[in-house]
Ligand binder design. Structure first.
Ligand SMILES: [Zn+2]
Ligand SMILES: [Zn+2]
Length: 179
């Protein structure tokens, strides 16, 4: 292999210079062509490249549109691959029931609430352990509160009320001056 045929970094400045020297010439000749024949501005190569780009974009947009158009019409059975099923903790928000259990539902199940197996009402929702009462419960959709806590509070209130009533009717307690 001779040295002259090998690419040498020292050639680069020379090559760049010669390219720069040629470039104005080719631009000048192109300008000359355009001046003589304005249609020469539409270089066939450029036009072809432009057409390819536009065609590619149109094809992409078309595919995108087509996929969007067809997707809802696909037979759901085609897509019924084994759905991931999750075991979910649920609880009834009916204050008279409050039953909690687990159910198996698809991962993307969203049709809450579901029917309660105990009281029959459609009041069963996703459950979590309540931070206050440590019971499995689903917060009431209207109040956002734990129904177990609410029931406990009302029971406590009822007991307090009973004690108060008992005291108020008991003459001894009144004299003791408890309150
Ligand atoms: Zn229930
Ligand atoms: Zn609670």
């Amino acid at each position: 292999m001779s040295d002259s045929k090998r690419f040498s970094p020292t050639d680069i400045p020379h090559r760049v210079r010669s390219a720069l020297e040629e470039a104005p010439e080719s631009i000048k000749s192109w300008k000359q062509q355009v001046r003589e024949n304005p249609s020469a501005v539409f270089d066939p190569t450029l036009i072809r490249v432009g057409i390819y780009i536009v065609a590619g974009l149109l094809l992409f947009a078309g595919m995108y549109w087509l996929v969007g158009l067809l997707t809802p019409e696909f037979d759901p059975k085609v897509w019924q691959e084994p759905t991931a099923v999750a075991t979910l903790y649920v609880a009834c928000t009916n204050s008279e029931c409050l039953q909690h259990s687990t159910v198996k539902k698809p991962m993307d199940f969203a049709a809450w609430p579901i029917d309660c197996g105990q009281c029959g009402q459609a009041t069963v929702r996703r459950a979590s352990v309540c931070k206050s009462c440590a019971q499995w419960s689903a917060s009431d959709p209207e109040t956002g509160r734990c129904p177990v806590c609410v029931r406990r509070e009302s029971e406590q209130n009822r007991q307090r009320e009973q004690i108060r009533k008992k005291r108020s009717t008991d003459p001894d307690d009144l004299e003791d001056g408890w309150g």
